[in-house]
Design a protein around this ligand. Sequence first.
Ligand SMILES: Nc1ncnc2c1ncn2[C@@H]1O[C@H](COP(=O)(O)OP(=O)(O)OP(=O)(O)O)[C@@H](O)[C@H]1O
Ligand SMILES: [Mg+2]
Length: 331
Amino acid sequence: MTLLEFKDLRVTYNGSRGRVPAVRGVDLAVEAGRTLGIAGESGCGKSTLAMAVLRLLPKTAEVTGEILLDGEDLLTMGWGRLRAVRWTGASIVFQGAMHSLNAVHRIGRQVAEPILVHEKAVTPGEAAKRAEALLERVGLPPSRMRSYPHELSGGQRQRVMIAMALACDPDLIIADEATTALDVMVQAQVLQLISGLVTERGVGLVMISHDLSVLSSVCDEAAVMYAGKVVEQGPAREVFADARHPYSAALGAAFPVIGDPASRRNPGGLPGDPPDPVRLPDGCSFRPRCAVAVERCGEQVPALLPVPGAAGPARASACFVAQEGEPVAVR
Ligand SMILES: Nc1ncnc2c1ncn2[C@@H]1O[C@H](COP(=O)(O)OP(=O)(O)OP(=O)(O)O)[C@@H](O)[C@H]1O
Ligand SMILES: [Mg+2]
């Protein structure tokens, strides 16, 4: 069952730099009980996409297209319905969410609050018990219920935010770099907790991360974004191990695997910078950095289409070279 679907989503910010097209026509779907990973360099539009889901973008953002949650368009629903959907239908753990805790309230009260707001039958005592259990699930002892945010480390505060996102048993969780600030042991524990919810409770998960090893180990599907568009998508492991877009190939090659010297194929990373969204090049946005570009790449924008010869189903790439069945990785 399709839980979340983006249809031709476009987000343009209007600001001091004029019109900034941050998301430029994204079509993606997440099934219940599945995990979609989103990768891509800083500024490619990942957080914009995530924030659009719960209409958390600033007023300066123009949004078009559809975002369907269980078939209902989140972009056009009334505010009353949207408030009900936030937390119970879908919840987000933001990048740097640890800074958004309320400084003057104890942790226990903050975790219990969404439960009390959204589940009218629950008593304050029951909500406190559930908050305590949630904190335990993210590795925080019950004594932390009485702490104030400033008494916790950044990683501990991020875990409180994760506990809050899980508080009302949402159908969809969006994790935007949610575990990046955590040390590797806690990160593994939290990832295991979230993955457990996906398989046991059929929650849908969108995981945004710079860490490709996290994405390929946790996610079923993956989408790689470049300059506001999805340039490659398919089963996560295949996208990162056998890329069909030169950008995903470079992203994967820039990521060394510990203990595997052969994986250090491109320790210097990808040359050049992502394009300024205000001044995108003609044709394929990746062309100025691409080692396999052909003439056509400077003239036409490649659509995201199925690629020949790929191992799994649903492999798509927005690259003319890959669509011809030619290799895209430069070793
Ligand atoms: N409020 C805003 N006003 C104008 N432009 C914005 C605004 N927020 C983001 N942008 C621009 O939109 C583009 C996408 O930003 P976004 O935060 O979605 O990227 P991201 O992929 O999440 O990056 P990162 O990996 O650094 O978190 C960037 O070019 C950014 O400068
Ligand atoms: Mg971001």
